[in-house]
Design a protein around this ligand. Structure first.
Ligand code: FE
Length: 233
C-alpha cells in the first residue's frame, strides 16, 4: 500500500466542541463532512482517547466550526495540540458562544462558519467514533475569509498531524521532513520543525537564520509556544 495516496484526499480543518455551560472541551478535526441535506446532517470522527469524545456521548450535542486560513498559531496550539485533560481550553481568551438550541459551546475564534448539531447516531470504527449530527443551526461569521484546508496546513504552514488525528501515520512526519529539508529544531508541543535554511518568512524571519539568532519573542508559528519549548532534532 502506498500511504502517500492518502495525502491526495482533500480535507478541511475544523474545531469540534461539545459539552455544556458547566463543562466543555474542543479539538481540531479534519474529518468533518456533510452527509445529507434534508435534514442536514454532518459526520465527525473523534479519537476514542480525545477528552471530547465522552462529552459528545454524554451531552448528545456538538458544534463544528470552520477554521480560516490565516488562523493564529495559539488557536491551533490550544485546540489542536494540547489536551483538555490538562487545562480548560475555554478559559484561554478564545471567543466562543453557547448554542441557543443545545447549549453546546461553539468556537468562534479564527473561524468563518459554524454548525450546531444534535447527536443522532454513532458508529465505532476502531480507533475513532463516527458521530452523526443533525444540524439545528448554522451561521457564516466571516464572509471574506478562506477556509483552511489540510493540504494548505501541511504544505504551506509545514504542519504535521496531531497524534490523535485519523491521518496521523509516522509517514506524515517523514513526508514533512522531506519537503522542508534538513531539520534543526522541533516544537515539543505541536511537532513544528524550524529549519534555518527556510526561516519563518511569514513572521519576518529570513531564510538562513539560525535558531539561536531568532528574537526572544519569536514563537512557534503553529502553536504559539516560545523557543524554550523547542528541542534540537
Ligand atoms: Fe508548536
Amino acid at each position: 500500500m502506498d500511504r502517500n495516496a492518502f495525502s491526495k484526499l482533500s480535507y478541511g480543518v475544523y474545531i469540534v466542541a461539545s459539552g455544556s455551560k458547566e463543562r466543555q472541551n474542543a479539538f481540531i478535526a479534519t474529518t468533518v463532512m456533510q452527509v445529507t441535506a434534508e435534514p442536514a446532517k454532518l459526520i465527525v470522527a473523534c479519537n476514542k482517547n480525545n477528552f471530547t469524545m465522552p462529552l459528545i456521548r454524554e451531552s448528545k450535542v456538538f458544534a463544528a466550526s470552520v477554521l480560516k486560513q490565516n488562523y493564529k498559531p495559539t488557536t491551533m496550539g490550544t485546540f489542536g495540540f494540547q489536551s483538555g485533560k490538562d487545562f480548560n481550553k475555554f478559559e484561554q481568551g478564545n471567543e466562543f458562544i453557547f448554542g441557543e438550541n443545545t447549549q453546546t459551546p461553539i468556537v468562534l475564534e479564527d473561524c468563518l462558519a459554524w454548525f450546531e448539531c444534535r447527536l443522532v447516531d454513532e458508529m465505532d470504527v476502531g480507533t475513532h467514533i463516527l458521530f452523526v449530527g443533525e444540524v439545528l443551526d448554522a451561521r457564516i461569521i466571516a464572509e471574506d475569509e478562506q477556509p483552511l484546508t489540510y493540504s494548505y496546513y501541511h504544505e504551506v504552514k509545514k504542519g504535521v498531524a496531531a497524534k490523535n488525528a485519523p491521518s496521523f501515520v509516522s509517514n506524515n512526519i517523514e513526508y514533512s521532513l522531506k519537503i522542508i529539508g534538513v531539520m534543526k529544531y522541533i516544537c515539543t508541543v505541536c511537532g513544528y520543525v524550524y529549519d534555518p535554511q527556510v526561516g519563518d518568512p511569514d513572521n519576518g524571519i529570513a531564510p538562513e537564520t539560525a535558531f539561536e539568532a531568532l528574537p526572544a519573542d519569536w514563537g512557534c508559528p503553529l502553536c504559539g509556544v516560545g523557543k524554550e519549548q523547542f528541542e534540537e532534532e
